[in-house]
Design a protein around this ligand. Sequence first.
Ligand code: ADP
Ligand code: MG
Length: 731
Amino acid sequence: MAKRLEQLAGIPVAHLKGVGAKTQRGLEVIGVHTVLDLLTYYPRRYLDRTKEARIRELRPGEEAVVLVEVQKTVARRSRTGKVLVTAEVSDGSSSLRLTFFNQPWRERQLRKGMSALVFGKLEIFQGWRQMTNPVVDLVGDKTRRIIPVYPQSEKAGIMTWDIAKLMEEVLDRVGSFAEPVDPAVLRRFGFVDRTTAFFDIHRPESMAAVQEARRRLVFDELLRVQLELVRRKRELERTTVGIRHDAMGLLGAEGLPGRDFLVGRFHERLPFPLTRAQHRAIREIAADMAGPHPMHRLLQGDVGAGKTIVAVTAMLVAVQSGHQAALMAPTEVLAEQHYLGMKDMLTGLTVPDTADGTLFADQAIERELNVALLTNRTSASERRRLLIGLADGSVDLVIGTHALIQEGIEFRSLGLVVIDEQHRFGVEQRAALRQKSAGVAVPDVLVMTATPIPRTAAMTVYGDLDVSVLDELPPGRTPIETRWVRSEAEQHDMWRHVRSEISAGRQAYVVTPLIEESDRLQVASAEETFARLTGDGGELCGLKVGLLHGRVSPAEKEQTMSLFRSGALDVLIATTVIEVGVDVPNATVMVILDADRFGIAQLHQLRGRVGRGGHRSYCYVVADPAGDDGELRASAVARLEAMVKTTDGFELAEIDLDLRGEGTIMGERQKGRNDLKLASLRRDREWVAKAREVAFEILDADPMLERHPMLAAEIDVLLGDEQAAEFLLKS
Ligand code: ADP
Ligand code: MG
């Protein structure tokens, strides 16, 4: 009988022949508890014995696999205290010396008489044929042409041949796997069946078979994840009651907006037309808000794309429908800045005053739209007044930090929650804010992020949200010119340029290095930079310079920010506290010192602090390839080159994904175990979108997966309740 994955998940590996107590403990260490865990413990790579060579036939510089027997192994300590292990091996045609630096355990691993497959480059050293730090695999089975190499664990005492042996037994006993995917889907993509896939990934006859097996198993992993995400999304839509907001005038079809068309009045006063991307995002949001289900949408847009206006529009849709809206920002600086900006944008706009009990908006007197700020710095009396206003509905929009989700805050009717820079907030906080409304209906939620992530990654990381993208910058922006400053002389020119921008009335930021994990060092370096640049003979000597870092008190921080905003300061020297959202259009130069210490996303965020007004703007990334830290790492060079090459956040996100792998992108949201063992959001981009397409097809026809019981069961075991919750909801 063909086996189903959930059955295999119920069989402990301890039931297999040849698994004693010691092996079992080792397997547990590497996370293999059940037969299913073992089957999904995939080879790291394969040794293709069809490419095997004889030592004697190898020429210097040539790379090859050789099958050898170990003759003798010695460990020595070099003069500098490093351990050097050398092993003499032979394949009958000739002998070969293997040299390992800093791998003392090789002495124990390579014992006389053992067989090993060795992959490396042949060198001639002191007359010896030699390979330095080759890849070594001790082989159990010498009959297969292609040998799978499993991740091994020295610590757990589990070697690749242990796994290979168990895998043989498991595959023989299972015989065949049940097929959960519709034949039509398999045909559409030309996939092998599941039995073939599992056999060929572990016991391939050719490397081509491995590729086909991998393709199929990757698809299965991605399909399970997408089914789960889409199922949750659909379930949320089915089971919660939302507010049907009045989005008239935004959706086109309903005719002319009335006099209380607040959004229209707001848009009329803007000094610029909205971009096409802004219009599109607003339409998408308005359609969600007018619909019966709570909105759950992500607004992605590069820095400076104009997300704020989209968010304010959404907030006004809530207000013109008789509800309130809240915006939660991750820091006080940001909340205060949003508050000031929005208050400015909205002054003079009026709404019908229904707080006195007037039932009909068209009979009410107009009052000014009421925008409020709530942070931990709000005074107690101010806070008391604000809470009353939130509860009786006389406060229309509130902007704040975490303080918004504290005890005791209740809204008369919260219609929309906007979360800025969503990666800084957990889902719990999002949910907590959503529950602040007195009504039964669930408020709409709009999350905004300025950290572009590639589309396919977004489908997985934010797969339970709908996504709107602002993929266009407002017109008239001159692109920020980015220069990589390497030498002292170039630095000199850079500071001269900073001074000339300041004489022309502009302002500048100088960001000091982030020194990993150490807040204190970062502060020290900001203070040191401040002293060096502003001291006698310093590059910024005589200018008005402010200093901002994590240890500055909130009051002082706000004071410095407002001095800089008002133009009273020429230069702001800061740590990454200014990374997100800070908006001072008159600032035109961003200097990032030791830029090699920053990741692409951070550099891009920092650069986004300039180029926000009509003036031409510049970003200097300073990193000396031959500085005192020695050479820059290749990845740092690639990051800086990417920054110089493009200002497009989505392009940078793709480069970042290539440079760092998906772990970091998934990181925050996908801690712990998950089902993506083979699939890579980077390598398998195209399959993410295809799997999502298939997931929608399946769930649209069969919402509860009643006709796909095997898929449902697989999702449960592989993305089991706890794991799925963690994977999907932690953000
Ligand atoms: P972000 O997406 O980074 O939050 P903001 O909403 O802060 O961007 O907008 C950046 C700047 O662009 C602001 O000064 C804003 O007033 C301006 N802006 C927004 N939309 C437009 C537009 N359609 N045309 C011109 N300027 C715009
Ligand atoms: Mg913003």
